[in-house]
Design a protein around this ligand. Structure first.
Ligand SMILES: Nc1ncnc2c1ncn2[C@@H]1O[C@H](COP(=O)(O)OP(=O)(O)OP(=O)(O)O)[C@@H](O)[C@H]1O
Ligand SMILES: [Mg+2]
Length: 389
């Protein structure tokens, strides 16, 4: 696995990379009991780390991987020499309503930088403003279509399209969003991209963009919403959970997900090659750059909260010298850490001013590009590699 710093990744579209082999490092004890994904434990063993499954060794573990809801108990007991796979405060972008609120707040301050998502109303709080998008009879003005999504939903559950106000829930926590009527299509089908972005440190902010991901396709050929097709979820929602039941769903055939070039689930690597071949190098680089910027700006929208929560949970670590082993096998965390404990005490400021840093990430040609690069390297928002294998 090779994770590329967002800034570096943003300047160069993904390409296949040679994998290096790691030496075993028995100093790393990985708490595997609360990990739900065997692929993680396999990767841990592949790195030569010890996967701890015996409760007796729970407190000796130096990395906790927690996929269960009781994460806050672990935050309370974490020690300065331990790391954890979550940062407190991330639900502020993981839940739809809170993400809508945070992005809308940034949009007001930085309209140009935050114009990357469709107009969003967080309901019921913004119901009266949303009502103003419909005429007295409750029909959408300008024949616009809105997509309504439950706050806590996932996998497309509870999502529907509407052009009338009477269908909009009045008291439930949902987001309403302008529906993108003319999406880019692949072979006539709507699709979305699953991007993998790792936040390895909050103070300072350090993010990595994985060079591969998934393309998830609809199973009914796309037609702009009409009365007849507006509730056809396999035409309008790209979720795998929705489309896998359709008889048109084509299982991926390649063994490695990175090699999937056809079917209803393809690799991001394939998609970027498709963009390069069909739209040209300039657009492919521009797109990859935009994806990196989008990830950075989304996290920046909650930076003050992340920073505050970080201090609240790990304040007691301030002043404790940071001295984790720096051997070759420890490269994975040597430059600052995977999670909270490791980076505590290294804090170097926070705040909404980071929003500007995201805005300065655009690559530019010629001397302006060079100047921007120099300015970036002095930025407080460090993005540099800590995972390489
Ligand atoms: N504004 C929009 N315009 C067009 N299509 C949209 C829009 N919002 C969502 N969709 C479609 O609906 C699908 C589901 O939406 P979304 O990803 O927001 O919710 P989810 O998959 O249920 O939740 P989550 O991704 O948070 O687990 C998207 O993958 C996309 O295909
Ligand atoms: Mg989704």
């Amino acid at each position: 696995m090779a994770l590329v710093p967002v800034q570096q990744a943003a300047n160069k579209a993904p390409a296949a990379k040679q994998l290096k082999k790691r030496k075993p490092n028995s100093k790393v004890w990985f708490w595997a009991v609360d990990c739900r994904y065997s692929v993680i434990v396999d990767a841990v063993r592949g790195l030569g780390w010890r996967a701890v499954e015996d409760e007796k060794n729970e407190s000796k573990s130096n990395i906790y991987w927690i996929d269960v809801a009781a994460i806050h108990e672990r935050f309370r007991s974490i020690q300065p020499w331990q790391m954890i796979n979550h940062f407190p405060g991330m639900p502020n972008i993981a839940r739809k309503n809170r993400m809508g609120q945070n992005l809308n707040r940034m949009l007001k301050m930085f309209p140009r930088e935050y114009s990357f998502y469709p107009r969003t109303w967080v309901l019921p709080g913004e119901l009266s403003d949303f009502r103003a998008q419909f005429d007295e009879k409750g029909n959408s003005i300008g024949n616009k279509i809105y997509i309504i999504k439950p706050d806590t939903g996932c996998q497309g559950r509870g999502i529907f399209l509407t052009r009338t106000f009477d269908q909009v829930p009045q008291h439930e926590n949902v987001v309403a969003q302008l529906y993108i009527k003319k999406p880019l299509l692949l072979d006539g089908f709507k699709f979305d991209l699953r991007i993998y972005c790792l936040v390895s440190s909050v103070k300072p902010l350090r993010m990595y963009l994985f060079h591969d991901g998934l393309v998830r396709m609809c199973t009914e050929a796309y037609v702009k919403p009409t009365k007849q097709n507006i509730s056809n979820v396999c035409m309008h929602l790209t979720n795998y959970a929705v489309n896998k039941h359709n008889s048109n769903f084509q299982q991926p055939t390649a063994k490695a997900s990175s090699e999937n070039e056809n079917g209803s689930k393809r690799s991001l690597h394939w998609f970027m090659t498709w963009v390069r071949e069909n739209k040209g190098d300039v657009k492919a680089d521009w797109l990859w750059n935009r994806i990196g910027i989008l990830c950075v700006r989304t996290v920046l929208s909650i930076m003050p909260t992340l920073s505050r929560e970080y201090d609240q949970h790990f304040r007691s670590f301030n002043g404790i010298p940071w001295s984790f082993p720096q051997s070759s096998g420890a490269g994975a965390y040597g430059s600052g850490g995977l999670g909270a404990g490791a980076t505590a005490g290294a804090g170097s400021g926070s705040g909404a001013s980071g929003g500007r840093a995201g805005g300065e990430d655009r690559p530019r040609s010629g001397s302006r590009g060079k100047a921007a690069g120099e300015a970036r390297s002095q930025s407080r928002w460090v993005v540099r590699p800590c995972f390489e294998s």
